[in-house]
Design a binder for this molecule. Structure first.
Ligand code: SF4
Length: 380
């Protein structure tokens, strides 16, 4: 399978060892699972745990020798798939704002169980189960969405503004129909392909997927704070230490999100070191990848620079710092992006890490004159 996404069975080698990505089921992280993940991270990795933008948990710094032991531990938690193909296909994001019996978990579980019926798909092909009154995952990467339409649930191809009417019980049948159409219509080329690219090429899904208009909704911005289901908390660069996860596991069952945050079920905002609970915390205004040296492709370290610049990013804005043009931490556009180059950083406005630069700067110049950054944000 080309265009593959790393997982637990097929980890990715980074500068600090293997990165083992764990796909949780239904985005659920019960206390016991979180505690065990923290133990496994310390036993087989370097004790650093990332939250990914696709609602996964990544254990970093795993050695080749420790990988088998880690997989055995994850297997006991029911988090390992029968094979790497099925694991790669289990890209299912679930809105964390679900309530028992409202269909989110039911659809996600049926979808995961029936992936064996699905045809071969590109590694990044994924699904969003987002059936609350207002969609919250539209910024999250997905190829097929299960959402709420004007009259009930719909299954919709990413890139289309209409979907097919479904129920909780029939949603996965419609997802499979849409996936088969995607493959049959030539959506996969050389093992790669995304739904939006196929739709942009003018391919039209079966008629029933054109029946129900999608709901218009404001962009959802996740912020730490209290929510109906508990409390939402963040982490600098979406990363925490195993000790932090273990402490949170002592408080509540949790849910992972697509915003590198955790939702603590039914809990007040915790007071735990390393956990961001304030919506206006400047640390949340900077998105930065691992960068050099922990990522072998990184052309410069980025996180220390991000920490130093965070206070100069206006509230509500995002600064994306990327160790190379791949832009792993934030594939979408950001108000301002700094992409490392062999000579410093490309300064990019309203673009991705790979877009054309407005100017070239060095880290020293930015640290000496951080107003340069603020001016870039505020430029008309
Ligand atoms: S953007 Fe580049 S440097 Fe950063 S994690 Fe991805 S590959 Fe590594």
């Amino acid at each position: 399978m080309q265009g593959w996404c790393p997982g637990a069975l097929r980890p990715m080698l980074s500068g600090d060892g293997l990165v083992v990505r764990v796909r949780l089921r239904g985005g659920r992280l019960p206390k016991a699972v979180a505690l065990r993940l923290a133990d496994l991270s310390r036993a087989f990795g370097n004790g650093l745990i990332d939250l990914s933008a696709r609602g996964n948990v990544q254990l970093r710094g795993v050695t080749e020798a420790g990988h088998a032991g880690l997989i055995a531990g994850l297997s006991e938690l029911g988090l390992i798939d029968a094979d790497s193909r099925l694991e790669a296909m289990r890209n299912i994001q679930v809105s964390p704002f679900w309530d028992a019996g409202d269909g989110h978990q039911e659809i996600a579980a049926e979808l995961a169980a029936r992936l064996v019926e699905f045809p071969e798909l590109p590694g990044k092909f994924g699904y969003a189960v987002d059936i609350g009154a207002v969609p919250v995952l539209r910024d999250a990467a997905a190829d097929v969405r299960i959402e709420r339409g004007a009259t009930g649930l719909v299954v919709r191809a990413e890139g289309m503004e209409t979907g097919a009417a479904v129920t909780v019980g029939s949603a996965v049948d419609a997802v499979l129909e849409l996936v088969r159409w995607f493959v049959g219509a030539g959506g996969v080329t050389g093992g790669r392909g995304r739904m939006t690219a196929l739709v942009r090429r003018g391919a039209v899904p079966p008629a029933r997927f054109m029946a129900v208009p999608m709901l218009s909704a404001p962009d959802f911005v996740a912020r730490p704070g209290l929510v109906a289901q508990g409390s939402l908390v963040g982490f600098e660069f979406g990363q925490m230490r195993a000790e932090t996860l273990a402490k949170l596991a002592g408080i509540a069952d949790m849910r992972v999100t697509s915003w590198r945050m955790l939702l603590l079920e039914g809990a007040a905002l915790p007071e735990v070191a390393g956990v961001i609970t304030r919506a206006d915390d400047p640390a949340l205004r900077v998105v930065a990848c691992t960068g050099a040296p922990a990522c072998v492709q990184g052309l410069a370290p980025v996180r220390d620079l991000g920490r130093a610049l965070a206070a100069h990013v206006p509230e509500g804005a995002v600064l994306h710092l990327s160790g190379c043009a791949k832009g792993c931490a934030h594939p979408a556009k950001a108000a301002v992006t700094l992409t490392a180059t062999p000579a410093g950083f490309d300064l990019i406005r309203n673009g991705t890490a790979a877009d054309a630069a407005l100017a070239h700067v060095t880290a020293d110049e930015l640290l000496a004159r951080p107003a340069l950054l603020t001016e870039t944000f505020n430029a008309p």
